[in-house]
Write a protein that binds this ligand. Structure first.
Ligand code: NAP
Length: 306
C-alpha cells in the first residue's frame, strides 16, 4: 500500500516525486512506456532555468530522477494497463504488478505524433523536432521545414520564421485544418512557402544531421528535394490517457481535465504535465504542475487521515 503512486517519469512525474518524497510520502513512480518522457528524446535544452549553458535532455531527466531517489522515491519499470478508481485505495495494474495507493498522480504525458519515416525518431535532436518553442533557436538563418496543416503547424511556422532563413510548410492536402485567421497570418508571412498537397517521403540526413526532405506531390506525383536543416513535425499529440477512459474527465481530444490546479473528477487523483496540457507543453511548466500535484496530494492525504 502506497501513500502516493505517480504514473509517468517525465518532468512532471519526477518533480511530483521530489516533492512527495520530501514530504515523507515514500512515493512510487511507475516509469511508463517512455521512461523520462519527451525530454529523454531531445538533445540540448536551453530554456530550463538554472542551466545558463544549457543541458542535454536525458541528463536533465537523469538528475531529476536522482534527486527524487535521494529523498526516497521508489521506481518501477512498466506501463500501467488498468486502474480502478472507484474507491480508495485505488488499484493499479502494470503488467503482472499490482499496486494499491491512497492518492494517485497521473503524469503520463502526451506523445508527439511522428510521420513514421525511417530514421525519424533517431534524428530527434539532430534536426528533427516536435517542439518549435524548444528548438527554433538552433536554426537561426537556416532553412527549415514544418509538416502539418493544423493550428500547431501554422503557429510554429510563424514562430520559426523569426529565426529561419526560410520556412517550407508541407501539408498533405490543399485544405487546412487550421483556423482561417491562423492560415491568413502565415500566408502574409513572406518567409513561409506553402507546399501542398505534398507528403514527406524521406528525411535526408546522410551524415546523421538533417539536410533536407524529399517530398512528393500527391496529385502530380512530382518529387522534389527541399533543403532544410530542421524538420518540425507538427501533426498533433496523443495524450497517454487510454486507461483512464470513462474513469477521469477528459476533453474532446482525450486530455485529462484539471481543475483548481491539479484536481480531477475523482478526489484523491491528481494530474500533472502534458497529459492535461496541450497549450504550453514545456519542461518547466510540466515541472511546475508536478509540484502542484504533489502538494495537492499531500494536502488531500492530510485531510483524509484515518
Ligand atoms: P490537429 O489539429 O490534429 O492537426 C494535425 C494536422 O497534421 C492536420 O492538418 C493533419 O492533416 C496533419 N497530419 C496528421 N497526421 C499526419 C500524417 N501522418 N502525415 C501528414 N500530416 C498529418 O493538431 P494540432 O495542429 O496540433 O492542433 C491540436 C489542437 O490544438 C487543435 O484543437 C488546435 O486548434 C489547437 N491549437 C490551437 C492553437 C491556437 O489557437 N493558437 C495553436 C496550436 C494548437 P489532415 O488535416 O489532412 O488530417
Amino acid at each position: 500500500m502506497y501513500n502516493v503512486v505517480i504514473i509517468g517519469s517525465g518532468c512532471a512525474g519526477l518533480t511530483a516525486a521530489i516533492y512527495a518524497a520530501r514530504a515523507n510520502l515514500n512515493p512510487l513512480v511507475i516509469d511508463g512506456h517512455e521512461p523520462g518522457g519527451q525530454l529523454s528524446l531531445t538533445t540540448h535544452v536551453e530554456n530550463f532555468p538554472g542551466f545558463p549553458d544549457g543541458i542535454l535532455g536525458p541528463e536533465l531527466i537523469e538528475k531529476m530522477r536522482q534527486q527524487a531517489q535521494r529523498f526516497g522515491a521508489e521506481f518501477k519499470a512498466g506501463a500501467v494497463n488498468e486502474v480502478d478508481l472507484r474507491q480508495r485505495p485505488f488499484r493499479i495494474n502494470a503488467g503482472k504488478d499490482k499496486y494499491e495507493t491512497q492518492a494517485l498522480i497521473v503524469a503520463a504525458g502526451a506523445s508527439a505524433r511522428l510521420l513514421g519515416l525511417k530514421g525519424e525518431r533517431e534524428l530527434i535532436g539532430h534536426g528533427v523536432s516536435t517542439c518549435a518553442t524548444c528548438d527554433g533557436y538552433f536554426f537561426r538563418e537556416k532553412p527549415i521545414a514544418v509538416v502539418g496543416g493544423g493550428d500547431s503547424a501554422m503557429e510554429e511556422s510563424n514562430f520559426l520564421s523569426r529565426y529561419a532563413s526560410k520556412v517550407h510548410l508541407i501539408h498533405r492536402r490543399n485544405e487546412f485544418r487550421a483556423s482561417k485567421i491562423m492560415i491568413d497570418r502565415v500566408r502574409k508571412n513572406e518567409k513561409v512557402e506553402f507546399l501542398t498537397p505534398f507528403v514527406v517521403e524521406e528525411i535526408l540526413a546522410p551524415k546523421g544531421l538533417v539536410e533536407g526532405v524529399r517530398v512528393r506531390n500527391t496529385e502530380t506525383k512530382e518529387e522534389r528535394e527541399i533543403p532544410a536543416d530542421g524538420v518540425f513535425v507538427a501533426i498533433g499529440h496523443n495524450p497517454n490517457t487510454t486507461v483512464f477512459k470513462g474513469k477521469l474527465e477528459m476533453d474532446a481530444n482525450g486530455y485529462l481535465v484539471a481543475k483548481h490546479g491539479s484536481l480531477t473528477s475523482v478526489p484523491g487523483v491528481f494530474v500533472a504535465g502534458d497529459v492535461q496540457d496541450h497549450r504550453y507543453r514545456q519542461a518547466v511548466t510540466a515541472a511546475g504542475s508536478g509540484c502542484m500535484a504533489a502538494m495537492d496530494a499531500e494536502k488531500f492525504l492530510e485531510e483524509h487521515k484515518h
